[in-house]
Design a protein around this ligand. Structure first.
Ligand SMILES: Cc1cc2nc3c(=O)[nH]c(=O)nc-3n(C[C@H](O)[C@H](O)[C@H](O)COP(=O)(O)OP(=O)(O)OC[C@H]3O[C@@H](n4cnc5c(N)ncnc54)[C@H](O)[C@@H]3O)c2cc1C
Length: 312
């Protein structure tokens, strides 16, 4: 079952009043730094460089979801273009991850598409890649529709599929059929109702391995199908290692991904074993919703935070 605590924290991640309170506290800024590389682009480039130095690849996320004006969405897209140029200039190995609600999805789908297209075009010119993160189910169809539009013109774009959704098997199959399955597979970070999503962890985990298997076993039939397994769950990771070893699937036909600041030991272990291991590196000042989702994923994080608050 999804815990009431998780639901509460995810609901609070959308509260502007709570945001003002939490962001204003030095202790929460300090704790957020565990999950966020810093507030500026140079901070983010430093974090990428440090990751690359130990064999880890990176994907960069400029924080700031749910904007409600074209002006804000354009500023966000401009920042990503700056980030792509900075990645090139610094000579580091990183692509970028974007959220459509940061790109103007709340304003208008066509505006959002055009705004993202600007980024994807620059990325294509630079030989780089853009991942579209998946947000909650009110925007799933629109996110996939914009992804399909972009992917029709650009091979350097991918999207995310969440294993907690019942629909995901069908989405993966149809994206593979269309030759568009450059997919990050994750469990899913939002609070979704039983009408659309598995609630039990065991069911989500089962669907996660089913989706990974579906992609790995069909890769030869579907050119371009490339799964990125985004999880810190050692059982899922061990399953992928065993499955690919058993079926002779080369380590360059998939990758692992994890979030900055989480299971660094396991990240390094995988890279040292010769797997592609990509770290998701967020930066920027608007870290509150991202931070709350990280607390929601692990009660121990929340406990640590509460203790720090009480202890001053
Ligand atoms: C690179 C990447 C990109 C992602 N992109 C998206 C996206 O676009 N859309 C989306 O909905 N979700 C996204 N997620 C989040 C994902 O859906 C899960 O919420 C998150 O990864 C936790 O699930 P898990 O697979 O790690 O397994 P879990 O079963 O939740 O956790 C397994 C173990 O991992 C460790 N762990 C997990 N989370 C934390 C944490 N916050 N702090 C400390 N330890 C932790 C713990 O040891 C835990 O026991 C992404 C995750 C990653 C790694």
């Amino acid at each position: 079952m999804v815990s009431p605590l998780r639901s509460t924290l995810i609901a609070l991640s959308k509260s502007t009043r709570m945001q003002d309170l939490i962001v204003g506290m030095p202790i929460s800024r300090r704790m957020a730094r565990r999950f966020v590389a810093g507030e500026t682009l140079p901070d983010a480039i430093d974090a990428i460089r440090a990751s690359n130095a130990t064999g880890l690849l990176a994907t960069l996320d400029f924080l700031g979801e749910h904007v409600h004006s074209q002006a804000e969405a354009s500023v966000n897209a401009d920042e990503y273009i700056r980030a792509l140029l900075a990645i090139r200039q610094a000579g580091v190995d990183a692509n970028i991850s974007i959220k459509l609600t940061a790109m103007g999805l709340a304003v208008d789908d066509d505006f959002c598409y055009r705004n993202v297209r600007r980024i994807v075009e620059v990325a294509a010119l630079l030989g780089n890649f853009v991942r579209i993160d998946m947000e909650d189910t009110p925007v799933t169809d629109r996110t996939l529709a914009i992804y399909r539009r972009l992917r029709g013109d650009f091979p350097n774009v991918g999207v995310v599929i969440q294993a907690y959704l019942y629909r995901s098997q069908e989405d993966v199959r149809s994206l593979m059929d269309q030759g568009m399955a450059h997919l990050r597979l994750c469990k899913g970070a939002y609070d979704e109702p039983p009408a659309v999503a598995f609630q039990a962890k065991a069911e989500v985990d089962q669907n996660m391995t089913d989706l990974i298997r579906l992609m790995l076993e069909s890769q030869d039939k579907f050119p371009g199908a490339y799964p990125a397994v985004a999880s810190h769950d050692h059982r899922i990771i061990n399953w992928v290692k065993a499955y690919t070893h058993h079926h002779g699937i080369a380590a360059d036909r998939f990758e692992f991904q994890m979030l900055y600041g989480i299971r660094r030991d396991l990240q390094q272990e995988l890279a040292d074993q010769g797997y592609r291991m990509r770290v998701y590196i967020p930066y920027g000042t608007r870290w509150y919703p991202y931070f709350m989702r990280r607390l929601a994923e692990r009660p121990a994080n929340l406990l640590f935070f509460m203790r720090a608050l009480v202890g001053g």
